[in-house]
Design a protein around this ligand. Structure first.
Ligand code: ZN
Length: 54
């Protein structure tokens, strides 16, 4: 199938550059400001506080 390349190129979405900082903000510990290594809800690896999704 020689048309597969065109189909893949068309369906590939480009992510907006402003999306990543918002994701990082959700990972910031409210207690010490560390970045959690997992998606919230999780616990801060530095101080042990609960990092919740706001
Ligand atoms: Zn913390």
């Amino acid at each position: 199938m020689s048309g597969t390349d065109h189909a893949a190129d068309r369906t590939e979405p480009e992510e907006p550059s402003g999306g990543e900082p918002a994701c990082l903000l959700a990972l910031v510990c409210a207690e010490c400001g560390a970045i959690a290594e997992q998606a919230p809800p999780t616990t801060c690896r530095r101080c042990g506080a609960l990092v919740e999704r706001d």
